[in-house]
Write a protein that binds this ligand. Structure first.
Ligand SMILES: [Mn+2]
Length: 340
């Protein structure tokens, strides 16, 4: 909790500063296949550490950025990142995790390497005593909100480029402030609106798309079924796992759907994304689904995801997964109505 009554952030910021300084190098790590909130938060943290005089800062993540908007974000804003496979994490004085938590299935951090600081907004139960600095605000819509407040509290100027990144992080993670947005998210969103470059954001939001994107929509539409208010689609094998969240979100907008679940095969695993409209148990359902099949999963109240290892025939596994989904969403016995 805040240690200083003047600002809810000053105590946390002092704790973070103590955990990361002094340092001659720092590695900022996001979750694998990062989304705009991860990318923006890492970018903001790198600016903060640089403002504090850390000379060498590297942003890295496992996997790659697949979604066209997110590739455009990195390109248009000139954000420097390195694939985790190419960094030697032991070479850094400090390791900071943002928008993710150590030990989760969606993060590449070899066991034995300890994070110095973790800033996240996913539900987590940090151990006691804490082995690292920890600022977890699981009710927050975006990690970028926490980072925006850190920058402001530290007196670090937010450039138009950084403001564009942070705004995009909050906008996408809260789906335009309609999902899990707290007053703090809304406040930062407003503040960043006046600092950002709107034409850059327009370029990010309307990127050129490759053929794969349209093939993926085709596959999603072809496979989509509704059982009551629960939609489901399977994308087959995908080239980038972030297209699963993208399709879950897109098909969730189909009228009458409370739930949308999307699965796909990537890297010898079944990845899934879950979206809900009003129900707040998306993260819990994702955990249930992942745990039932020996995978890992979780997330927020209305947007969640996970991975399941494939240890059987894929079709058999998908049948089992679909039947488990029908059960946990209470639509077993309701006939599947195909979209097309
Ligand atoms: Mn996030």
């Amino acid at each position: 909790m805040p240690e200083n009554s003047e600002s809810p952030y000053s105590g946390r910021l002092a704790g973070f500063r103590e955990a990361v300084l002094p340092a001659s190098s720092a590695l900022i790590l996001t979750h694998d296949y990062p989304d705009p909130d991860s990318i923006a938060s890492a970018f903001g943290l790198s600016e903060l550490l640089s403002f504090w005089g850390v000379p060498a800062i590297t942003i890295a993540f496992g996997g790659f950025v697949g979604r066209a908007e997110n590739r455009a974000m990195i390109r248009c804003l000139g954000i420097q990142t390195i694939p985790f496979a190419l960094v030697e994490p032991g070479d850094f004085d400090r390791i900071v995790l943002v928008d993710c938590y150590p030990g989760r299935g969606n993060i590449t951090l070899p066991p034995g390497l300890k994070a110095d600081a973790v800033i996240d907004h996913h539900p987590a139960s940090p151990p006691n005593p804490l082995p690292f600095f920890c600022d977890i605000r699981s009710n927050y819509g975006a990690a970028a909100t926490i980072i925006t407040n850190y920058l402001t509290e530290a007196g670090c100027q937010i450039s138009a480029t950084l403001a564009t990144a942070l705004f995009n992080g909050i906008k996408t993670d809260t789906s335009g402030l309609q999902r899990n947005a707290t007053p703090d998210d809304i406040e930062c969103y407003k503040r960043l609106f006046y600092l950002m470059d709107h034409s850059l954001l327009a370029q990010i939001e309307s990127p050129g798309r490759d053929m794969e994107f349209f093939r993926t929509i085709h596959k999603a539409a072809e496979s989509a079924v509704c059982r009551g208010n629960v939609g489901y689609c399977h994308l087959g094998t995908v080239a980038a796992p972030d297209s699963i969240a993208e399709m879950a979100e897109f098909f969730h907008s189909l009228e009458k759907l409370e739930w949308m679940v999307c699965t796909a095969v990537f890297n010898s695993q079944i990845y899934f994304s879950i979206r809900s409209e009003n129900d707040n148990s998306a993260g819990i359902r994702a955990e249930q689904l992942a745990e039932r099949f020996g995978g890992s999963g979780g997330g927020h109240t209305k947007a969640a995801a996970g991975r399941i290892p494939i240890d059987d025939n894929i079709d058999t596994m998908l049948e089992k997964i679909v039947s488990f989904i029908e059960n946990i969403f209470g639509v077993a016995g309701i006939a599947a109505e195909p979209l097309l």
